[in-house]
Design a protein around this ligand. Sequence first.
Ligand code: DND
Ligand code: ATP
Ligand code: GLN
Length: 585
Amino acid sequence: MAQLRIALAQTNPVVGDIAGNAETLVEWTRRAAGRGAHLVVFPEMFLTGYPAEDLVLRSSFAEASIATLSEVAARLADEGLGDLPVVVGYLDRADLAPRVGQPKGAPLDAAAVLHRGRVVAKSAKHHLPNYGVFDEYRYFVRGDRLPIFRLHGVDVAVALCEDLWQEGGPVSVVAEAGAGLLVVPNGSPYETNKDDVRLELCARRAREAGCALAYVNMVGGQDELVFDGDSLVVDASGALVARASQFREELFVTDLELPEAAVELGEPSHDSYDAHDGTVITVERVLLSADPVEPYEPEPPVVAERLDDLAEVYHALVTGVRDYVRKNGFKSVILGLSGGIDSALTATIAADAIGPERVHTVLMPSRYSSDHSITDAEELVRRQGVNAQVVPIADIVSAFEKEIALTGLAAENLQARVRGMLLMSLSNEHGHLVLTTGNKSELATGYSTLYGDSAGGYAPIKDVLKSVVWKLAEWRNAQPGVPPIPENSITKEPSAELRPDQRDTDSLPQYEVLDSLLRDYVERDMGRDELIAAGHDPELVTKVIRMVDLAEYKRRQYPPGPKITPKNFGRDRRLPITNRWRERL
Ligand SMILES: Nc1ncnc2c1ncn2[C@@H]1O[C@H](COP(=O)(O)OP(=O)(O)OC[C@H]2O[C@@H]([n+]3cccc(C(=O)O)c3)[C@H](O)[C@@H]2O)[C@@H](O)[C@H]1O
Ligand SMILES: Nc1ncnc2c1ncn2[C@@H]1O[C@H](COP(=O)(O)OP(=O)(O)OP(=O)(O)O)[C@@H](O)[C@H]1O
Ligand SMILES: NC(=O)CC[C@H](N)C(=O)O
């Protein structure tokens, strides 16, 4: 057996910031060297950030990624770090046309091994995810190489993210070629329960590959995706050895005892076949160092404590907001505080993400606002120390109504629009990002006013069903310290307060009932008959799926927000707006 200390760089790259990400690579490699690591592994597409979407189709972007890769390899050597091999994800181009008739240079979701100033091996993802939030057939052509580099006598193979999620695939070739360790850079976005799926998947693939597996995932928010880290190492039997923290950057170091390579190095390459679909995979063997490291005292492996399910969701939302604000250059956020639960939770998430001093709230009572809407909002401001100002809207609404006569819903919506206009005006004046406070149940049913409460730049709870909004509020209040959300905001009956004594249940069913139906219709895509067979009330099914279908245009204009469920409104669910298909009613 041979010892190896591996460092998994659970980092937070910024999409498009190739120079900044390269800088991070050098800095973290220096830290890994300082920790005595023998290998450092960065996430998928680390150099460009992930997902870079249509940027990968731009030649200038691909060329910058390729050039930076060579430059950073040379720089590591110049800075005395060349002996520490680095595995890193980047954007490369194949000597292939992406489509018939197009020029060569199809994008590759690639990984490289850097050593002693050079790029010593390259590969690319073989299996391209093309479901849910992923569109990788649009972007990439598949890889056809499997690098195995010998490091201190141990053969180390490299595969990328989705390569693990398909049966067979390059893992079957690793098993056949023999390796002591499989390292896997990932860009695997968070959704509820994904961590359990990932662990089980890594364990299964390690057993199939017949070797230990080191899985490194990125952390941080990128528009509507949040990456949760949760990097891990399993041994060849699939048993968990070490697991990094969730939602936190971390240089995760683990000492491993791995089998020494048994095969002669011989020919540098040979062809094998992907057991998934029979395509050719060329195994490329590279010698970095043949001799095992001097025996040393290993550090005990770390298994970070797991967050419970609600804590995970809350951390995902905080991470999404923090990184959207930071990566887009905002210093502060602003939102309307109504005393209700949605804006209370949104304000709390924002305060946890960027600090209460950078959160600005506006209390905008109208002629229909209840007394508690102001007192509950003020109580939240007092508990959290966020900034607050009061702007009554009654006079603005009256001035408007003097010019054009509005009745019923049009008059109700005007109030929401005046609030949206005030928030956008304050954003323009002070540079705050406007946070939109709608939840998933409202987005599903179209229960929001276009250019009113749906105005804004980022929507922290748009993927959170209303019943989960309450649970998250209770969870957050149960954490150590002063409960940030006034109990009355949690317990009172929800109301838009756009007319006297209005209740959400005037237009919508009880949220528990609604949300269970929305899970089945929106997240599980059940048709009408299936919904009724699953026990939902037929009349309610008819009403709700009609509301959901008709609100597509509103969702398309809604700001982005962090995905936490298996199917968010956004990249996960793409329906035509102009659409005459209706479930049989
Ligand atoms: N297919 C389509 N493509 C593009 N635009 C389309 C469209 N269909 C309608 N429209 C446009 O949309 C307009 C209707 O939408 P909109 O103006 O939003 O108004 P609308 O959906 O009719 O009313 C807003 C609803 O949201 C509720 N609300 C408002 C505010 C806050 C809350 C809360 O508690 O959170 C609830 C309110 O009680 C009401 O039920 C139409 O006048 C038309 O201009
Ligand atoms: N009186 C108010 N002062 C400030 N903002 C308000 C006020 N009323 C509504 N808003 C803003 O409009 C959003 C929609 O609020 P509304 O009360 O209509 O419905 P809601 O979905 O129940 O939200 P909440 O639970 O935050 O009250 C609120 O989250 C808030 O940002
Ligand atoms: N970037 C990828 O290839 C990710 C795909 C994979 N199914 C995941 O979500 O982890």
